[in-house]
Design a binder for this molecule. Structure first.
Ligand SMILES: *Cc1c(COP(=O)(O)O)cnc(C)c1O
Length: 405
């Protein structure tokens, strides 16, 4: 694999203080060495099979397709992975690399807790020390995920500086990394950050698209017309898209969280509404104020509310290879209800953004067209929140209409 310095057009790169440069260079060297190593690839393949439970199904949604009456909708079932989402594909790849590099401590930061849980899971599997940084406010909000991480043997460090949320947890994790990098590996959860992270995360997630491409060729004897995925930092989406990039007949659609609407400040649609800037050590479309500080963002889906987006998505958008749309909280809820009711599959509220976009698009297409939607995770974690909305008389979303068609 060619090392392009982490640039996708003008996006990406590595903009970090000199103290971080040395550890990231070591990581970059190790990544490009091991990603070509047949033994590393064989071990990774074995882990995907025996621990993650791959390959995941490519599922034809017959009832949903018939109800909508347009294009055929397939789901790539990342919700069926161990721990219930795509995040483990990346966590298991990075920790295998950490082991090869001889690292003894794994650190990560988490907001909603999903990446913390995935990291703690693979640390338990490998028996490695695991430290998760989390803002004090998030620790309180996500008490169940904190306990999950502790069950898995991780130490959760509550960060009490600044705003006591994800931003400060990132700073605390970076401090740790700079101080302890000789024996420490920083496990990053999405296709963002300084080089080599976006490329590395894409490589570990691209198993999604590789499988989907082969599975659709087996089932339909042709490539799909569209591939669709939700975009937070962009790891599940680039994992699906990447193996289709050269197939010009396959249209790419990334779905950003529109929150309460793109005409309000309450969304996290970095490509649709952002400008080009630098955030967390790389260049991308980002939602920033005049002082280049990240703006507060909102989405009903905790996994999607990030004020930046992976550099490769920024490039896919800028180059015109793909299109980025946006789906509101309320529309995502409609997708959540529709898939549950028609197929017996409760999707993660993040994935529900892609589900809704798939439904909307299918309706506008002929029956001979084929869409693959990435089901990035299962919705068990969201049922309680959706129920609370449903029963709240002041709920901002009009949900009663979703129950029965
Ligand atoms: C974290 C998460 C996402 C968003 O992250 P990406 O890096 O954009 O994929 C999407 N879906 C689920 C289920 C998640 O847990």
């Amino acid at each position: 694999m060619k090392n392009n310095g982490g640039y996708f057009g003008e996006f990406g790169g590595r903009f970090v203080p000199p103290a971080l440069e040395k550890s990231l260079q070591e990581l970059e060297d190790a990544f490009y060495r091991y990603i070509e190593d047949p033994e590393f690839q064989a071990e990774l393949k074995q882990l995907y099979k025996d621990y993650v439970g791959r390959e995941s199904l490519l599922y034809y949604a017959d009832r949903l397709t018939k109800e909508i009456g347009g294009a055929k909708i397939y789901f790539k079932r990342e919700d069926l992975n161990h721990t219930g989402a795509h995040k483990i594909n990346n966590a298991i790849g990075q920790i295998l690399l950490a082991k090869k590099m001889g690292k003894k401590r794994i650190i990560a930061e988490t907001g909603a807790g999903q990446h913390g849980v995935a990291t703690a899971t693979v640390c338990a599997y490998f028996g490695l020390e695991c430290i998760i940084y989390m803002g004090e406010i998030d620790v309180k909000r996500q008490a169940l995920n904190v306990f999950r991480m502790e069950l898995l043997g991780a130490k959760v460090v509550s960060v009490t500086t600044g705003t006591k949320t994800l931003k400060d947890a990132v700073d605390a994790a970076l401090d740790d990394y700079v101080t302890n990098y000789a024996d420490t590996f920083y496990l990053l959860g999405s296709a963002v950050g300084p080089h080599p992270y976006p490329t590395m995360v894409r490589e570990f997630q691209s198993i999604i698209g590789k499988e989907a491409r082969q599975q659709i060729l087996e089932k339909e004897k042709r490539l799909p017309d569209y591939v669709i995925a939700c975009v937070g930092g962009g790891s599940n989406a680039i994992g699906l898209f990447y193996p289709f990039l050269e197939d010009q007949s396959v249209k790419i659609i990334g779905v950003e969280p529109a929150g309460f609407g793109l005409d309000t400040p309450d969304h996290a649609a970095s490509i649709s509404k952002g400008t080009v800037g630098t955030i967390h050590g790389f260049k991308c479309y980002t939602l920033q104020d005049e002082k280049n500080e990240p703006l507060p963002v909102h989405s009903i889906a905790a996994g999607l509310d990030y004020p930046g987006v992976g550099p490769e998505h920024s490039y896919i958008h800028a180059s015109g290879r793909g299109k980025y749309t946006a789906v509101t909280d309320e529309e995502a809820l409609e997708g959540f209800f529709a898939l549950s009711r028609t197929e017996g599959i409760i999707p993660a509220i993040e994935s529900s953004h892609a589900v809704y976009e798939g439904m909307r698009l299918a309706k506008s297409l002929d029956k001979d067209k084929i869409i693959i939607v990435n089901l990035s995770g299962r919705g068990d974690k969201d049922v309680e929140q959706v129920k609370a909305f449903f029963e709240d008389p002041n709920c901002p979303y009009d949900m009663k209409k979703f129950l029965k068609k």
